[in-house]
Write a protein that binds this ligand. Structure first.
Ligand code: IPE
Ligand code: IPE
Ligand code: MG
Length: 239
């Protein structure tokens, strides 16, 4: 089943994939087993997104704050990304997925950096869906990085517009997210897409990320379709 019954599908969806640790703990498993299950789930949700007609899916996979976790967990998360690129890249490419990265490459192991770069390069002409992976991503770091580059480019204060500033963000030419989903039951942004989410609709579910399946996704999209986006204007009259 596709997304034909949804009357309005968001173009860009961002997901804060939270709850892997609790998913594992409830099963008496180590946290990393939760991350593994969470990583497996990406495939399923990506496929569902493409079927629903979503054009850009930004997944929050590792925040600049997540470096503060125990070394073993951080290393495990890095390893999972590497394994995942190695294992899934050919299939993603074949399915027409364009991979992008939002975040700082510096700080990531050079070998992993290289894999990320080549995945982006290999898939850059694909156009079925964009999978934008927010990895070593922080909204504040992103804003500072943008300001630094603006200054380096010698942009004058009177030249600066919201549109120009947006282009200096990691997300560059991508449109702002229409919908932000957070799994795992918390109600916060945790430094995700601070600038870009200014007018995104927000949806939170208690479901842990490894359990967030196509039906859960559909519920979020149905809720989105019922929302009225006003962008500061007065409500549109009932017709
Ligand atoms: C989200 O799951 C994945 C990352 C932040 C990398 P968590 O690891 O935060 O899971 P909980 O919140 O502890 O359940
Ligand atoms: C947000 O989850 C980051 C990612 C999903 C990558 P966290 O689990 O790190 O967020 P907090 O610590 O609960 O705010
Ligand atoms: Mg968490």
């Amino acid at each position: 089943m596709g997304g034909s019954e949804l009357k309005r599908v968001p173009y860009h969806v961002g997901i804060i994939m939270d709850g892997n640790g609790r998913w594992a703990r409830e099963r008496g498993l180590p946290r990393l087993a939760g991350h593994r299950a969470g990583t497996e789930n990406i495939r399923r949700v990506l496929e569902a997104a493409a079927e629903f007609g979503v054009k850009v899916l930004t997944l929050y996979a590792f925040s600049t704050e997540n470096w503060a976790r125990p070394l073993e967990e951080v290393q495990g998360l890095m390893r999972l990304l590497r394994e995942n690129i190695d294992r899934q890249l050919p299939e993603l490419h074949e399915k027409g997925v364009q991979i992008r990265h939002s975040g700082r490459l510096t700080g990531i192991d050079p070998e992993l950096q290289e894999r990320i770069r080549s995945a982006v390069e290999l898939t850059k002409d694909n156009d079925r869906i964009i999978l934008n992976v927010a990895f070593n991503y922080g909204g504040r770091a992103e804003i500072l990085d943008a300001v630094r580059r603006l200054m380096e480019d010698g942009v004058r204060p009177d030249e600066l517009t919201e549109e120009l500033f947006s282009r200096y963000l990691y997300t560059g030419d991508l449109p702002d997210p229409d919908l932000i989903i957070r799994t795992g039951g918390e109600y916060r942004l945790s430094n995700f897409l601070l600038w870009q989410a200014a007018y995104a609709e927000y949806y939170a579910t208690p479901t842990y990320w490894p359990d967030f399946d196509k039906e859960e996704f559909r519920k979020a999209l149905e809720e989105y379709a019922r929302r009225e986006r006003r962008f500061g204007r007065v409500p549109t009259p009932e017709s």
